[in-house]
Structures are given as structure tokens and as C-alpha cells.
Design a protein around this ligand. Structure first.
Ligand code: PLP
Length: 383
């Protein structure tokens, strides 16, 4: 086995979950998904496809009609684009890995903005690249990027800049001006930007409730790959469906690479994706409202606890918090499971920069669960 595979870190969230094995009553907020199942109209489309016998291999880059629908959807949110820039993938994490396989090899330098969902930084390491971490920092609870520090780190030796915004776990988001500065800088250094924008619509401010995207500021031929997923905006985590927005010149090569990874996304899953996009305009805003209600239930309760600092603003599916007097987030998360029956993700799972923090996924059909969770935390803190 390659040494890098042998030494892959195990999931720290899983380690916390294991501490609760045998306890029936743990309220789990550790994973990044809602407890609400995929809407019926999406499940129906997949069932219909299976009933119709759509059980065969399909195009590497996705069904032409799904690629066109994705291009239409992305174009309606950002600048118009054609389906020759779209590759359908078997999840967002698969799209990220395909981007990495397309761009980096052994010894290449990747700069990653961190803390971040650990899969982003593990993938280039699996491929033998060297990952340099540029850290966001909390200032009065809000995580901030030092843009000058990031730009100084990205040089002509940097193959890829990896950035996830809105960020899991901190909620930090790039501004349009920062995106413009990054694009201009990366044009000079010849660096590819891989932008993970899977949470772009789980954004609770502004008229359009849409996070700034690199697609709004980059030219079609820029060295930019944007990563997307059906998981978060359509409650489709278990389906494994995502997409990449690519410069047209690399799409065919990515199609060849998909052949060697998964060959194609399953057709019935793609049909589900088509159904989701067809009703995106009525479904997504309603989902975002429900998620906002969850956030607005949880946050004031947490903010009212004297020992707790909450990162602001909370975006995506997560509240990110710190509890005074606790610096070992893994130990604290395990203790919360065992002593309070409260399941949170330890900050250190997202990198040493987030040590001492905890991530709480607030996406739930039953906001009362969140209230129960806070009561458990309150008892734990003996308030
Ligand atoms: C930042 C980020 N990117 C990508 C993904 C991947 O989503 P999926 O593989 O379910 O499409 C996740 C999932 O949690 C995520 O948090």
C-alpha cells in the first residue's frame, strides 16, 4: 500500500459518534445533512426511470439534457454559459477529486484556505501533492481572510488554489472584491482556482440569498473549476450527484477521466437531478427559509449562553461555536456525547486552525430538536 494511503487520518466525527455507541438517546448534529428526506417529486422521477428500465451505462459527461439543464440553472444564477462547460459527476466530492486528478500530480503545490471540510485537503495529498494551508482567523467570533497573506502565498509555483466559500465549517464567505483580486492574481501566476461553492444557495442574506461566486467575476477561459452538488440545495446527500463548471477546453479530457473513475453517474440519479432543477425555483427558496428558521431558533439560544462564542454569520448548514475553558475539541465532543447525549463535530476535524471549536449542523425538520440540544448543553455547562 502507498504510505500516504496507509497514513490517511480516520474521520474525527466518526470517532465522536463511536463514543456514543450503545446510547440510544444521543441527539446527533454532527453530520452535514438535514433529517428531511429528498422531496417526493425528485424520488418519483428516479422511480419512474427505474421502472422504464433506464439501467444502462450512459455518457461520461452526463445526459445531454441534464448538462443543458445545469447550464441553464447556473446561467440563471450567474452569467449565461453553455453545456460544453458542464460535467455531471457522482457527487460533489467526486467532482473535487476529478478536479484534483485533472490538475495536480506528485510534488505539485496546492494552497488551501482553511479550516475546511477535510476531504478537500486530503484529496491532493492522496495524489502526492504538497498542501500549504492559509488560515482564516476568528476576530470577535467572525472568521476572516487576510487577503494579502493569501495572495503572497500563491506564486507561479502554485498549481492550484483550493477555496471553499461559503465555508464549511466557519460560514466565512469571500466578497466579490476578494474574488476579483484572487482571479487577477491567479491569472498572473498561472494558478488554477478550484472553488467549492456547494453551499452557494444556503446563504441567508441579500436580496437573492446567493453567495458571491467566482463565476460572476471570471472569464469563461480562466483557469477556474467550480464544484457543485445536488446534496445540500435539494436534500439529496444520499444520491451522490454533483457537477463541475469547467473552461470548455478541458471538458472533453475530464470526460475521459470520468471514464476511469465511475464511467458515468447512474441514469436514474440523473433523472432525479433533472426533476430537481426543473422545480428549483419553487423548491430551493422554501428550503432556505426552513433552514433559516432552524438557524434563527438555534443561534439566539447559543448566543445567550455566557460561556459560548458563536461564529457570525452562520451560513451553510452550520453554527460554529467555542466554549470557554475547553481547548481540546475532540475530547469535549466525546464528553458531550457521553455526559449530555449531544452530538457535535469537533473543530479539529477541519484542521488544527479550528481546534477548540465545535460544529453544530442545524438542518432539521423539527427545530424543537435544536431547543432540546441547547437544553442539554446548558445542563452540561451547569448553567
Ligand atoms: C465543503 C463541501 N464540499 C463538498 C461536499 C460534498 O458534497 P457531496 O459529495 O455530498 O456532493 C461537502 C459535503 O459535506 C462539503 O461540505
Amino acid at each position: 500500500m502507498r504510505a500516504v494511503i496507509e497514513s490517511l487520518p480516520g474521520s474525527k466525527i466518526r470517532e465522536v459518534a463511536n463514543a456514543g455507541i450503545g446510547r440510544e438517546d444521543v441527539l446527533a448534529f454532527w453530520f452535514g445533512e438535514s433529517d428531511e428526506p429528498t422531496p417526493e417529486f425528485i424520488r418519483d422521477a428516479a422511480a419512474r426511470s427505474l421502472r422504464d428500465g433506464e439501467t444502462f451505462y450512459a455518457n461520461n459527461l452526463g445526459l445531454p439534457e441534464l448538462r443543458a439543464a445545469i447550464a441553464g440553472y447556473v446561467g440563471s444564477l450567474h452569467r449565461p454559459l453553455g453545456s460544453e462547460r458542464i460535467a455531471v459527476t457522482s457527487s460533489g466530492v467526486n467532482a473535487l477529486m476529478l478536479a484534483m486528478q485533472t490538475l495536480v500530480g506528485a510534488g505539485d503545490e496546492v494552497i488551501a484556505v482553511v479550516p475546511v471540510w477535510p476531504n478537500l485537503t486530503a484529496q491532493p495529498e492522496i495524489l502526492g501533492a504538497r498542501v500549504t494551508r492559509v488560515s482564516l482567523r476568528p476576530e470577535a467570533g467572525a472568521w476572516r481572510l487576510d487577503l494579502d497573506e493569501l495572495l503572497a502565498a500563491v506564486t507561479s509555483k502554485t498549481r492550484v488554489l483550493l477555496v471553499n466559500a461559503p465555508n464549511n465549517p466557519t460560514g466565512w464567505t469571500l466578497t466579490r472584491a476578494e474574488q476579483q483580486a484572487i482571479v487577477a492574481h491567479c491569472r498572473r501566476t498561472g494558478t488554477w482556482i478550484v472553488a467549492d461553492e456547494v453551499y452557494e444557495r444556503i446563504y441567508f442574506s441579500g436580496e437573492r440569498a446567493l453567495a458571491p461566486s467566482f463565476l460572476d467575476v471570471a472569464a469563461p477561459h480562466d483557469r477556474l473549476i467550480v464544484i457543485h452538488s445536488f446534496s445540500k440545495s435539494f436534500l439529496m446527500t444520499g444520491w451522490r450527484l454533483g457537477w463541475m463548471v469547467l473552461p470548455a477546453a478541458v471538458t472533453e479530457s475530464v470526460g475521459k477521466l470520468i471514464e476511469f473513475n465511475t464511467s458515468c453517474a447512474p441514469v436514474f440519479v440523473q433523472r432525479a437531478g433533472l426533476a430537481a432543477l426543473a422545480r428549483a425555483d419553487d423548491f430551493v427558496p422554501g428550503l432556505v427559509q426552513r433552514l433559516k428558521a432552524c438557524r434563527d431558533t438555534l443561534l439566539p439560544l447559543l448566543v445567550a449562553l455566557p460561556q459560548v462564542t458563536v461564529a457570525s454569520p452562520a451560513r451553510g448548514l452550520y453554527a460554529f461555536l467555542q466554549i470557554e475553558g475547553h481547548s481540546d475539541s475532540l475530547a469535549l465532543a466525546k464528553q458531550l456525547v457521553v455526559d449530555a447525549g449531544l452530538g457535535l463535530a469537533p473543530g479539529v476535524a477541519f484542521g488544527p486552525e479550528a481546534e477548540g471549536w465545535l460544529r453544530w449542523c442545524f438542518a432539521s425538520r423539527a427545530p424543537a430538536r435544536l431547543v432540546d440540544g441547547v437544553q442539554r448543553l446548558t445542563r452540561f455547562l451547569r448553567l
